[in-house]
Design a protein around this ligand. Sequence first.
Ligand SMILES: Cc1cc2nc3c(=O)[nH]c(=O)nc-3n(C[C@H](O)[C@H](O)[C@H](O)COP(=O)(O)OP(=O)(O)OC[C@H]3O[C@@H](n4cnc5c(N)ncnc54)[C@H](O)[C@@H]3O)c2cc1C
Length: 420
Amino acid sequence: MPESRKHVLILGGGVIGVACAHYLLEEGLEVTVVDQKTIAGACSHGNCGYVCPSHVLPLTEPAALKVALQSLFRPSSPFYVKPTLDPETLKWFWQFAKRCRHRVMMRSGKHLKAILDASMLEYRKLVDRDGLSCQWRDSGLLYVLKSQAAMKGFAATDRWLSQEFGVSAKRIEGSELADLDPALRSGLAGAFLYQSDTMLRPDRLCQAWRQRLEQRGVRFVEHCEVISTQQEQGGITAVITSHGPMKADTYLLATGARSGALGKAFHCYLPIQPGKGYSVTMSRPALCPTYPMLFPEHRVGVTPFEEGYRLGSMMEFVGFNEQIPQGRIRQLMESAEPYLKQPHTPEVIETWYGWRPMTWDSLPAIGPAPGLHNAYVATGHNMLGLSMAPATGRLIADMVVGRRPFLEAVAFDPARFEQA
Ligand SMILES: Cc1cc2nc3c(=O)[nH]c(=O)nc-3n(C[C@H](O)[C@H](O)[C@H](O)COP(=O)(O)OP(=O)(O)OC[C@H]3O[C@@H](n4cnc5c(N)ncnc54)[C@H](O)[C@@H]3O)c2cc1C
């Protein structure tokens, strides 16, 4: 009789759950992924698709506090905080505010850089070596600036990023932009190209990854909501779901922005707020951008796919709100107008919102659930879950099989929030 394999049940089938399934399977474990809706149908579906190791700066930076305060009474602001008296949300913002300091930003930036770089190496293996099909493009990510003042400010940030983190961009003057990407308007101040960044189509990535994992024996269960856990002697014995109890040897919580509520069933305090963003995907304009681009002055991102083109942006702290206001979509389209000759097309394929799983220290929670011997957490990936997914999966696999993590992971310990 073959020895039975250890079974891991992953709660949540976003890009993080799928990536963890991959690395756990590589260890020879039996893996099941359950999702209350569809696999990768939530925040991992319509995001901008950047795999961007250049994004080392956390949201908790000194200027963030001012931006948040200014937005309180301006719902049209791309970064909007809805005033609230909810004690948990107020606590989150208090903890967030305490971390908007230079020293903390630098520390978090170093941890982010390590996991982003490690993830990029893993993506290279998945895409180049294993041929995972996801419209991967080694294009770089182009930051386009409209005004000379913004260009000057960005140049200073770029110099500093290069000195402190070894992340540097190629500077492109306004006069060179038409040759670089004919989709851009004339009269722009210039751009910075982060050549190490890449793009992919997030829904295709998860679709292809899921298919491949299914062929190798991973079970995916959709429309199955996890409600609570049963526990005995410091371990989970079953999770209670809308399909009835499900049993495994090891349990992994990867429910994205919804992890706060289920965290309690994992004995784990996970202060995660939904950071709502939007995207609109259209048919490709005749003059479609060649590069994925960010327009920092208008806070909007552009991703050109093979059969469509997406504008994405906004960060709203408005709770678990499911609406897609037409005004926000219009705003997204208008934000691209100063930069692109054909900023939108009449054929809208999809309007979308996603709740980013936001932690108050801008770092993900990856590690064992405190006090439970067979439970782990992989959530809170903020604005960079797609970029950090493969390294997260590899870390979780190391921990589950009891190996020393391939990357220093103390800063990501889910228990850290209890001490705050
Ligand atoms: C506009 C926008 C643009 C973005 N652009 C980028 C980008 O360019 N690059 C990048 O790296 N990141 C980007 N992000 C962030 C990225 O999308 C997220 O960090 C990432 O998708 C989080 O993945 P996840 O698997 O943790 O969460 P999710 O994808 O939300 O998955 C969690 C899953 O858990 C399931 N679930 C929840 N509760 C339960 C339950 N009780 N029972 C069962 N299942 C449950 C949900 O249905 C969901 O499928 C962007 C986000 C937004 C909003």
